[in-house]
Write a protein that binds this ligand. Structure first.
Ligand code: CP
Length: 306
């Protein structure tokens, strides 16, 4: 069974082959959608999402799949139905894969007996493998080779599943990872070197600014948005000190004027909307890989031994 729960469950070679496939898809025209087929895929989002949910849905439609969209607010989750029973229900309806975003870290541990691929669309503060995949794709497009590049991840490191997913895989790809942000939001589990925001911005080939995860904070932020921007944000002044070919990234949604100056969101260095576009091809590659690998292994299981 091929699940996509954390990118680090895959070898570097497997990740490269997903990125190669996503690049191939990017090179195809937008008209290159597959004919509708009978593959059912269920999208279960227990937390709000715009980019991940709609890029998964776009990816599924481009692959010709039939999409079952679930909202926790209008489903029997409201009557107390468990995640396990909900996923089993989707499996019984004939879904060939399930995409899940859930507020519980490692929610997938309770789904070990599910017999269809699970694609993790974000688990609490845990991981966000398809975001890491699209970030790698965006970085590979900018620099071709990632080994030896410096990538800075700045902001709410403690509560960000994107930071967890990106830092681990970037280090495996041979990048130097710099970390920065408010001390109270640091995360000792992350691989990387803590530096000041100024040092991170000045030394990085790519700066990944993180969204402040207000919804996961126990206490309200002690500083104003303006203070945060001045101390930890990507200001226009800091951006002027970036290396000549360096790029700016953000997983979204952006708090404009807080993590990043409004004017920088669509500047020439910014890859923000490119990341969103890459989310579709990265997710198409991930869906194809999980569904095809599972079908192949099932077929192999059915072939009698000679
Ligand atoms: N990057 C990301 O996960 O965005 P959404 O929450 O809008 O899906």
């Amino acid at each position: 069974m091929a699940h996509l729960l954390r990118l680090n469950d895959l070898s570097v070679e497997e990740i490269h082959s997903l990125l190669d496939r996503a690049e191939q898809i990017n090179a195809m025209s937008d008209e290159g959608w597959l004919e509708p087929n009978h593959t059912l895929v269920a999208n279960l989002f227990y937390e709000p999402s715009t980019r991940t949910r709609f890029s998964f849905e776009t990816a599924e439609r481009r692959l010709g799949f039939q999409v079952l969209n679930f909202s926790s607010k209008t489903s029997s989750a409201q009557k107390g139905e468990s995640l396990y029973d909900t996923v089993r229900t989707m499996e019984s309806l004939g879904a060939k894969a399930v995409v899940i975003r859930h507020q519980q870290e490692a929610y997938y541990e309770q789904l070990r007996t599910i017999n269809i691929p699970i694609l993790n669309a974000g688990d609490g503060t845990g991981n966000h493998p398809t975001q890491a995949l699209l970030d790698l794709l965006t970085l590979r497009e900018a620099f071709t080779h990632l080994k030896g590049r410096t990538v800075a991840i700045i902001g709410d490191l403690r509560y960000s599943r994107v930071a967890n997913a990106d830092a681990e895989v970037l280090q495996r790809f041979g990048c130097r990872v710099l970390l920065s942000g408010p001390k109270e939001w640091s995360n000792s589990a992350l691989p990387g070197t803590y530096v000041t925001v100024d040092q991170a911005v000045e030394e990085a080939d790519a700066v990944i600014m993180l969204r402040i995860q207000h919804e996961r904070h126990q206490h309200t932020m002690k500083m104003s948005k303006e203070q945060y921007h001045a101390r930890y944000g990507l200001t226009q002044d800091r951006a002027l000190r970036m290396k000549p070919d360096s790029i700016i990234m953000h997983p979204g949604p952006i708090n404009r004027g807080v993590e990043m100056d409004d004017a920088l969101v669509e500047c020439s260095r910014s890859r923000y909307f490119k990341q969103i576009r890459n989310g579709v091809s990265a997710r198409m590659a991930a869906l194809e890989w999980t569904i095809n690998s599972t079908a192949t292994s099932r077929h192999a299981e059915r072939v009698p031994e000679m």
